[in-house]
Write a protein that binds this ligand. Structure first.
Ligand code: NAP
Length: 528
């Protein structure tokens, strides 16, 4: 089982010892790292470094929990005046204390062959294991170069090879992915792409041949020692890192930006609630989403993808099959992979439309309640399309108002709806059963805005705001104050995610758990 290694973010060994997260004896407490956790001592970062202080920290952490690193300056080290001699002295001290791992750069081994032999002589009963590392903070070398580095590190005597590169976009991670998939290597590989685009490399290591014995995480209060690093809690609790292995189903969401997405929280919670193997990751895709879907997603074994802004249309270029709704709307928010790795076939569907129409229908009185009723939509973008086609399919008459009238006319012509001015919409006869906001107006952080003024709220209509962050938008608050029925966007968000879960896994979605975890997270975000 791969372990989580919590990277030290402290400026001093005293600070580290005062941090309750760096205390293995607390394992088992609800807020403590798992008992198997490793802790990285970054010896290049401590202002109070001495052999005695280091030994004290190693004993306090337990040597079997320690990864000792004294990073050289040109590979990200924090100590400007440390010579190779000093660094190797401390690594030798750590090795003699029989820590679990000592990390040494391949570049140091090249220039200090003799000292490297001396360092290895400290090993007793397989401890420490040596991690031979290479870091590139500027870019990502091509596959041939990565192979050469891996070969050289193995031949030098690495127990674990660590290659950390920098991904500008997710496409830069492909050489690492190709190397991870190769089988003919002797030693485990810890391959990391620093940056948000490389996030998958920090989680999915256990899925490959020769997996590394650990991956790095940050403390819950820390900024992290490398960009894109998740907290140990996210790795352990949300992504269930300890359960991942070859064959674990992978799912995810692609978008730009993606860090704010609640889908990983919602879908991983659903997988855990149903006790299903699987992990659902955020993929930051800058560039062509179809290229990602055809290439990296297939190589990673991804079985299902959620698609969010701005990729819902461009992703269709990678899809062999598009259902009728997707053909009508021209956008997909869900891809399911069929076929084989050699001949993958992505099936595109759209769960936004049925989730929007389903939650509206339920709020208006249940099945059939949209038939013959008028629904007014504010906006003519992607969400408006999904709502319009969804409610139209259930028999509603649709009115569309948009800031840019031309887009409202286009959408109306497409759906078989009527484009209207705001005045016409508000005085519609017969009165509209529901007004649906599909513009982002009122969305966090501009929570004081509303697409309708107080006096513009049509009496007697249900007000549905597809915006779900915040849960109670200004529009919904005004409608409630007027005594109107309201429907928050959370219902639609959970509905579209639940439908995705069912398409991905074939199991009924645990809707209540999904809604509860999203609601709690939105409340938490509103309070910080
Ligand atoms: P989109 O394709 O960019 O469309 C945005 C629409 O809002 C356009 O019609 C745009 O009008 C209009 N708009 C933007 N700013 C406006 C403003 N200041 N005043 C008036 N109109 C404005 O975006 P989308 O994909 O439809 O997403 C829109 C919102 O829907 C998101 O912010 C999200 O909160 C919500 N949504 C919710 C769910 C859910 O599950 N609950 C799912 C998807 C989306 P112009 O044509 O004039 O630019």
């Amino acid at each position: 089982m791969a372990r989580v290694c919590i990277a030290s973010h402290h400026g001093s060994l005293a600070g580290l010892r005062a941090d309750p997260e760096f205390a293995p004896e607390r394992a088992g407490a609800a807020d403590a790292p798992p008992a198997s956790a490793l802790f990285e001592l970054r010896l290049d970062q401590y202002s109070d470094l001495s052999a005695a202080n280091m030994a004290g920290a190693v004993q306090a952490l337990g040597p079997e929990h320690v990864v000792a690193t004294f990073r050289r300056r040109d590979e990200g080290g924090g100590c400007a005046d440390a010579t190779d001699e000093t660094r190797l002295f401390y690594l030798g001290q750590a090795a003699s204390l029989r820590v679990a791992y000592v990390d040494i750069e391949l570049a140091t081994i090249r220039s200090q062959r003799r000292a490297w032999q001396d360092l290895r002589a400290f090993r007793r009963d397989d401890r420490p294991q040596f991690v031979v590392s290479f870091h590139d903070f500027a870019g990502s070398p091509p596959l041939e170069q990565l192979r050469a580095l891996r070969r050289e590190a193995e031949e030098a005597g690495a127990d674990v090879v660590k290659l950390a590169v920098t991904a500008q976009t997710i496409f830069d991670t492909e050489p690492l992915l190709d190397l991870l998939r190769e089988r003919d290597w002797r030693r485990p590989l810890l391959a990391l792409a620093m940056s948000e685009a490389g996030f998958w490399t920090r989680v999915l290591g256990p899925l490959f041949p020769n997996p590394a014995p650990f991956t790095f995480a940050r403390g819950t209060a820390a900024a992290g020692t490398a960009p894109g690093q998740p907290t140990w809690r996210e790795l352990d609790r949300l992504y269930r890192f300890h359960e991942l292995g070859p064959g674990t189903p992978v799912y995810g969401v692609i978008g730009r930006p993606i860090g704010h997405s609640l889908s990983p929280l919602m879908l991983n919670t659903a997988l855990a609630a149903r006790r299903l193997p699987g992990v659902y990751l955020p993929f930051l895709v800058v560039g062509d989403p179809a290229r990602f879907v055809r290439g990296i997603a297939v190589k990673l074994g991804v079985r299902g993808l959620s698609v969010t802004i701005p990729h819902k249309e461009a992703v269709l270029a990678a899809c062999a099959e598009r259902d009728a709704l997707v053909r009508q709307i021209g956008a997909a928010n869900t891809l399911v992979r069929r076929g084989t790795e050699a001949a993958p076939a992505w099936h595109a569907t759209n769960t936004d439309a049925s989730a929007a129409a389903g939650s509206l229908e339920a709020a208006l009185g249940g099945a059939g309640s949209l038939r013959g009723r008028a629904v007014a939509i504010l906006g003519a973008g992607g969400a408006a399309k999904a709502v319009a086609f969804g409610v139209k399919a259930r028999g509603a008459e649709v009115l569309i108002w948009n800031r840019t009238a031309e887009r409202a006319r286009d959408l109306a012509a497409n759906v078989g709806a009527r484009s209207v001015s705001k005045e016409e919409l508000l005085q519609a006869d017969p009165q509209v059963a529901a007004v649906v906001n599909t513009t982002p107006v009122g969305m966090y952080p501009r929570v004081d805005e509303s697409p309708l003024e107080e006096g513009e709220l049509p009496g007697g209509s249900l007000i549905f705001d597809t915006v779900y962050n915040p849960m109670r938008t200004k529009l919904l608050q005004m409608a409630e104050a007027r005594g109107l029925k309201t429907l928050p966007g959370l219902e639609m968000f959970v509905g579209q995610g639940a439908a995705q879960f069912e398409l991905f896994t074939g199991c009924p979605a645990p809707r209540e758990e999904m809604a509860a975890v999203v609601r709690a997270e939105l409340v938490r975000r509103a309070s910080v």
